[in-house]
Design a binder for this molecule. Structure first.
Ligand code: C5P
Ligand code: C5P
Ligand code: C5P
Ligand code: ZN
Length: 494
């Protein structure tokens, strides 16, 4: 049976065959929404193929992390959502006979190839916008189902049993991963991602449709949905508690039930249309540019098997819930949620989410209040230990467009690495995160090159995607690093 993305099929089959030959597999993945969904997809595919495995998560796949993996007695290591950028180091362990790597990733590959390497970039598919780590893992999962004897009973041949038998039910998690990596930020998923969406719809696990793009359609009470929706700023509503309330109260609708505000996901289509058109009307009357207003509507990805009104039903809310676990050293909780543990894990994830939200909002306030320093081609700030290194990139991206933070220059953020703060030794390292916009990328920006080259020039290392990248640099080398970064970004953008 054909896989979802024909270009990747041959390579996916080769990787899947290698996994089937293993007695057992160590599954290693990245600690963010895409990495968690990648691991959850691979884990279910391995389980269904009857291949024993164990899962580990890494904040960063550096030399140390790879060396630790090499000391385990697994002969086969499946890397998801990272691995390509570290193939040089991984290759040395492969040469030494430590393990055979099987990689399903979407990051810029290092200068070395390996036999079992599945990455859209090797086949002319954009890994920053067309396929995520979870997407690559999904392609691998589909190939695994194709070549292994299904352990899942195709009981009575119902649609959902067939979807499980060929792993198409995992398309929902692949979409959560892609959305978590901001691959739908242009309004909808495109390219290879769309093929996965289509399989998910056919499998009955996804629904798509035009809807408001506001974050929180499932879980936020209507006034909060509008007040916190700042991607498109609507004067008198965005960031305006009283204004948002008044706007809703002025509509001729019953938007409260038993004294409580209803949520978007519970409105009828008729009610949604009324609210949306009033919102657009307000935006027009307050002079919001038409192009911005267009961004209020986009394609929503709904996980149709999840309960209405929960974070799990909306791909964007689901991905934020996962970031709230993995970026706080609780990847186990997020993985549990992805694997269907809906009691204990979900409650713990929700507690972590409240904390994540507070941290994001405090971080964005900090950056906006203290401002950024503008160089010619980049802008930057140093968070020290006041923003966690694992979320400083998310904060930087969300702060872009706020007062004093330009959207016409990439933003670079420094934060202290949490695991090194105590010893205070000579070789303390800093985390760097960089974020751009799609418009800047169209003008030539490639932050993976900026972060990679500038960090290596000062004795660090980095990489990532054109629109979002990161690095590790030695403390004390910040200004030197920034000079390099400014120069490289300048060359790209002219
Ligand atoms: O390692 P990984 O690919 O998963 O990291 C992607 C990161 O880049 C995510 O945190 C995502 O929020 C960010 N990103 C972004 N804007 C984009 C694409 C990705 O901020 N357009
Ligand atoms: O946390 P994550 O990187 O998944 O966030 C993706 C996007 O979701 C953010 O860029 C932001 O627009 C939105 N978001 C939000 N409120 C939150 C968390 C995320 O609006 N509390
Ligand atoms: O950590 P952050 O969210 O800023 O990462 C943005 C992107 O840069 C991710 O895709 C991440 O995998 C990549 N990155 C990297 N090398 C680093 C740090 C981040 O390739 N040292
Ligand atoms: Zn990713």
């Amino acid at each position: 049976m054909a896989g979802p993305i024909p270009e990747l099929e041959g390579r996916a089959t080769r990787c899947a065959r290698r996994l089937c030959e293993a007695d057992r597999v160590l599954l290693a993945s990245h600690i963010d929404a895409d990495g968690l969904t990648s691991a959850a997809i691979a884990a279910q595919a391995l389980e269904r193929a009857g291949i024993p495995f164990e899962t580990v998560f890494e904040k960063q796949l550096d030399e140390e992390a790879i060396a630790a993996i090499a000391t385990t007695d697994y002969d086969t290591v499946c890397f998801t959502d990272f691995g390509s950028g570290q193939l040089d180091i991984i290759g040395e362990h492969e040469d030494a006979g430590d393990f055979t790597p099987v990689v399903a990733d979407h990051h810029q590959p290092a200068d070395r190839e390996t036999e079992y390497h599945l990455n859209p970039l090797l086949f002319g598919i954009d890994g920053a916008s067309e396929l995520s780590g979870a997407g690559a893992s999904y392609v691998l999962a589909r190939a695994l189902a194709d070549i292994s004897e299904p352990e899942v009973a195709t009981d009575g041949g119902t649609a959902s049993a067939t979807a499980r038998a060929d792993n198409r039910d995992l398309a929902a998690l692949a979409v959560v991963g892609a959305v978590g990596d901001m691959q739908a930020s242009g309004g909808k998923l495109e390219g290879a991602n769309e093929e996965i969406v289509e399989e998910g719809v056919e499998a009955g696990v996804l629904e798509t449709g035009k809807d408001l793009t506001l974050y929180g359609k499932q879980t936020r009470p209507l006034p909060k949905l509008l007040e916190y929706a700042t991607d498109v700023h609507i004067p008198g509503i965005s960031n305006d508690q009283a204004g948002a309330l008044q706007f809703l109260e002025d509509l001729d609708l019953e938007l409260k039930r038993d004294g409580e505000w209803r949520r978007w996901s519970g409105l009828t289509n008729e009610e949604k249309r009324t609210v949306a058109s009033a919102l657009v009307k307000r935006a027009v009357s307050r002079g919001v540019p038409a192009k911005k207003i267009d961004n209020l509507v986009g394609t929503a990805y709904v996980l149709s098997e999840e309960p209405v009104g929960t974070e799990l039903r909306d791909a964007s809310e689901f991905s934020t819930l996962l970031n709230a676990t993995a970026r706080y050293e609780r990847a186990d909780v997020g993985l549990g949620v992805c694997l269907g543990n809906r009691e204990g894990a979900l409650e713990r994830a929700r507690t972590l989410l409240r904390n994540h939200r507070r941290n994001l909002s405090a971080g964005i306030d900090l950056v906006t209040r203290e401002g950024v320093t503008h160089e010619e081609h980049i802008q930057w700030f140093h968070a020290g230990d006041r923003i966690r290194e694992t979320i400083v990139g998310i904060v930087a991206g969300m702060a872009m467009g706020n007062d004093g933070v330009s959207r016409s220059k990439p933003i670079v953020a420094f934060a202290e690495k949490s695991d090194e703060s105590e010893d205070g030794g000579e070789d303390v390292e800093l985390k760097v995160s960089a974020r751009g916009t799609h418009a800047l990328v169209r003008n030539g920006l490639d932050l993976s090159v900026v972060m990679g080259e500038a960090s290596r020039a000062v004795g660090g290392d980095g990489g990532g995607h054109d629109v979002a990248a990161g690095a590790t640099v030695p403390k004390g080398r910040e200004s030197e690093f920034l000079e390099h970064a400014d120069e490289i970004a300048g060359e790209q953008l002219t």
